[in-house]
Design a protein around this ligand. Structure first.
Ligand SMILES: *[C@@H]1O[C@H](CO)[C@@H](O)[C@H](O)[C@H]1NC(C)=O
Length: 170
Protein backbone atom coordinates (compact mmCIF):
# COMPACT_ATOMS: atom_id res chain seq x y z
CA UNK A 1 0.00 0.00 0.00
CA UNK A 2 2.77 2.38 1.05
CA UNK A 3 4.73 1.65 -2.11
CA UNK A 4 1.65 2.29 -4.28
CA UNK A 5 1.26 5.70 -2.65
CA UNK A 6 4.97 6.40 -3.09
CA UNK A 7 4.81 5.33 -6.74
CA UNK A 8 1.74 7.50 -7.35
CA UNK A 9 3.51 10.46 -5.72
CA UNK A 10 6.61 9.84 -7.82
CA UNK A 11 4.57 9.51 -11.04
CA UNK A 12 2.75 12.72 -10.21
CA UNK A 13 6.03 14.53 -9.44
CA UNK A 14 7.55 13.35 -12.72
CA UNK A 15 4.40 14.26 -14.63
CA UNK A 16 4.26 17.72 -13.09
CA UNK A 17 7.96 18.31 -13.80
CA UNK A 18 7.61 17.10 -17.38
CA UNK A 19 4.51 19.18 -17.84
CA UNK A 20 6.44 22.18 -16.56
CA UNK A 21 9.36 21.54 -18.87
CA UNK A 22 7.38 20.61 -21.97
CA UNK A 23 4.71 23.30 -22.03
CA UNK A 24 5.38 25.40 -25.12
CA UNK A 25 5.74 29.13 -24.74
CA UNK A 26 2.40 30.13 -26.26
CA UNK A 27 -0.56 31.06 -24.09
CA UNK A 28 -0.88 29.61 -20.63
CA UNK A 29 2.20 28.30 -18.83
CA UNK A 30 2.29 26.52 -15.48
CA UNK A 31 3.79 28.44 -12.55
CA UNK A 32 6.60 25.86 -12.34
CA UNK A 33 7.15 26.18 -16.09
CA UNK A 34 7.59 29.93 -15.82
CA UNK A 35 9.96 29.55 -12.84
CA UNK A 36 12.02 26.89 -14.62
CA UNK A 37 12.82 29.42 -17.35
CA UNK A 38 14.16 32.00 -14.91
CA UNK A 39 17.64 32.52 -13.48
CA UNK A 40 18.21 32.82 -9.72
CA UNK A 41 19.02 36.50 -10.30
CA UNK A 42 15.56 37.05 -11.85
CA UNK A 43 14.23 36.76 -8.30
CA UNK A 44 16.31 39.75 -7.19
CA UNK A 45 13.87 42.55 -7.85
CA UNK A 46 14.97 46.16 -7.57
CA UNK A 47 12.39 48.80 -8.59
CA UNK A 48 15.15 51.33 -9.28
CA UNK A 49 16.14 49.13 -12.25
CA UNK A 50 12.61 49.35 -13.68
CA UNK A 51 10.60 52.16 -15.21
CA UNK A 52 11.16 55.57 -13.60
CA UNK A 53 8.71 58.49 -13.56
CA UNK A 54 10.16 61.80 -12.39
CA UNK A 55 8.11 64.86 -11.44
CA UNK A 56 9.07 67.88 -9.30
CA UNK A 57 7.01 66.49 -6.38
CA UNK A 58 7.80 62.79 -6.53
CA UNK A 59 9.81 60.04 -8.20
CA UNK A 60 8.27 56.63 -8.89
CA UNK A 61 10.31 53.51 -9.63
CA UNK A 62 8.27 50.56 -10.84
CA UNK A 63 9.17 46.89 -10.86
CA UNK A 64 6.60 45.37 -13.17
CA UNK A 65 6.21 42.03 -14.90
CA UNK A 66 7.63 43.32 -18.20
CA UNK A 67 11.07 43.90 -16.62
CA UNK A 68 10.84 41.32 -13.81
CA UNK A 69 9.08 38.18 -15.11
CA UNK A 70 9.32 36.51 -11.67
CA UNK A 71 6.47 38.85 -10.65
CA UNK A 72 4.17 37.25 -13.22
CA UNK A 73 3.85 33.66 -12.02
CA UNK A 74 0.23 32.63 -11.43
CA UNK A 75 1.18 32.06 -7.79
CA UNK A 76 2.95 35.45 -7.46
CA UNK A 77 1.09 38.13 -9.47
CA UNK A 78 2.66 41.22 -7.96
CA UNK A 79 4.01 44.65 -8.74
CA UNK A 80 6.46 46.54 -6.48
CA UNK A 81 6.73 50.32 -6.53
CA UNK A 82 9.19 52.56 -4.71
CA UNK A 83 8.12 56.18 -4.37
CA UNK A 84 10.02 59.20 -3.10
CA UNK A 85 7.66 62.07 -2.21
CA UNK A 86 9.27 65.43 -1.61
CA UNK A 87 8.76 67.13 1.79
CA UNK A 88 5.30 68.72 1.98
CA UNK A 89 4.19 67.31 -1.38
CA UNK A 90 1.26 65.01 -2.24
CA UNK A 91 1.44 61.96 -4.44
CA UNK A 92 -1.37 62.36 -6.99
CA UNK A 93 -4.72 60.99 -5.72
CA UNK A 94 -5.69 57.89 -7.68
CA UNK A 95 -7.15 54.40 -7.50
CA UNK A 96 -6.06 51.02 -8.81
CA UNK A 97 -8.83 49.29 -10.79
CA UNK A 98 -7.28 45.81 -10.58
CA UNK A 99 -5.27 45.56 -7.37
CA UNK A 100 -4.96 46.19 -3.64
CA UNK A 101 -1.90 48.13 -2.48
CA UNK A 102 0.09 47.48 0.69
CA UNK A 103 2.11 50.62 1.39
CA UNK A 104 5.17 50.33 3.64
CA UNK A 105 6.52 53.61 5.03
CA UNK A 106 10.33 53.68 4.96
CA UNK A 107 11.27 57.32 5.68
CA UNK A 108 9.54 60.58 6.59
CA UNK A 109 6.00 61.02 7.89
CA UNK A 110 2.92 60.47 5.71
CA UNK A 111 -0.74 61.31 5.92
CA UNK A 112 -2.54 58.59 4.04
CA UNK A 113 -6.25 58.37 3.36
CA UNK A 114 -8.72 56.43 1.27
CA UNK A 115 -12.40 56.79 0.58
CA UNK A 116 -14.49 53.77 1.38
CA UNK A 117 -17.49 52.99 -0.79
CA UNK A 118 -21.14 54.00 -0.34
CA UNK A 119 -23.30 57.06 -0.96
CA UNK A 120 -21.43 59.07 1.68
CA UNK A 121 -18.05 57.35 1.70
CA UNK A 122 -15.99 57.31 4.87
CA UNK A 123 -12.59 59.02 4.71
CA UNK A 124 -10.15 56.66 6.46
CA UNK A 125 -7.10 58.75 7.45
CA UNK A 126 -3.87 57.75 9.23
CA UNK A 127 -0.45 59.21 10.00
CA UNK A 128 2.32 56.75 9.09
CA UNK A 129 5.85 56.67 10.45
CA UNK A 130 8.74 54.55 9.19
CA UNK A 131 7.94 50.90 9.90
CA UNK A 132 4.16 51.43 9.53
CA UNK A 133 2.18 49.88 6.72
CA UNK A 134 -1.31 50.43 5.40
CA UNK A 135 -3.60 48.95 2.76
CA UNK A 136 -5.53 50.70 -0.01
CA UNK A 137 -8.25 48.26 -1.06
CA UNK A 138 -8.74 47.62 -4.79
CA UNK A 139 -10.69 50.34 -6.60
CA UNK A 140 -10.82 52.84 -3.71
CA UNK A 141 -9.49 56.41 -4.24
CA UNK A 142 -6.51 57.21 -2.01
CA UNK A 143 -4.02 59.95 -1.29
CA UNK A 144 -0.52 59.91 0.25
CA UNK A 145 0.96 63.21 1.42
CA UNK A 146 4.49 63.70 2.77
CA UNK A 147 3.91 65.91 5.83
CA UNK A 148 7.44 65.83 7.27
CA UNK A 149 10.21 68.39 6.77
CA UNK A 150 12.29 65.61 5.22
CA UNK A 151 11.48 63.78 2.01
CA UNK A 152 9.36 60.63 2.34
CA UNK A 153 10.00 57.19 0.93
CA UNK A 154 7.58 54.30 0.67
CA UNK A 155 7.56 50.88 -0.93
CA UNK A 156 4.26 49.49 -2.12
CA UNK A 157 3.48 45.90 -3.03
CA UNK A 158 0.41 45.04 -5.10
CA UNK A 159 -1.52 41.79 -5.17
CA UNK A 160 -1.72 42.07 -8.97
CA UNK A 161 0.91 42.16 -11.71
CA UNK A 162 -1.23 44.76 -13.47
CA UNK A 163 -3.06 46.88 -10.85
CA UNK A 164 -3.40 49.92 -13.16
CA UNK A 165 -3.68 53.53 -11.99
CA UNK A 166 -6.51 55.99 -12.56
CA UNK A 167 -6.01 59.59 -11.33
CA UNK A 168 -8.93 61.17 -9.47
CA UNK A 169 -9.84 64.62 -8.22
CA UNK A 170 -10.75 64.61 -4.54
C1 LIG B 1 -9.55 62.74 3.66
O1 LIG B 1 -9.62 63.89 4.48
C2 LIG B 1 -8.41 64.66 4.50
C3 LIG B 1 -8.60 65.76 5.55
O2 LIG B 1 -9.70 66.54 5.24
C4 LIG B 1 -8.14 65.21 3.11
O3 LIG B 1 -6.98 65.99 3.11
C5 LIG B 1 -7.97 64.03 2.16
O4 LIG B 1 -7.80 64.48 0.83
C6 LIG B 1 -9.19 63.10 2.23
N1 LIG B 1 -8.87 61.88 1.51
C7 LIG B 1 -9.56 61.43 0.46
C8 LIG B 1 -9.07 60.16 -0.16
O5 LIG B 1 -10.53 62.01 0.02
Amino acid sequence: MKSIIALTALTLAVFVNQAAASIPSFGLQSAAGIRSGLQDSDFRINPSKGQIINTPGFTVQIANVADFPALGGQDVQSQIVRVLVRAGQPFIPHYHPRGTETLNALAGVFRVSFLSEGLSPRNVTNILHPGDSTVFPQGLPHETVCISKMDCLFLSVFNSADPGLVPVTL
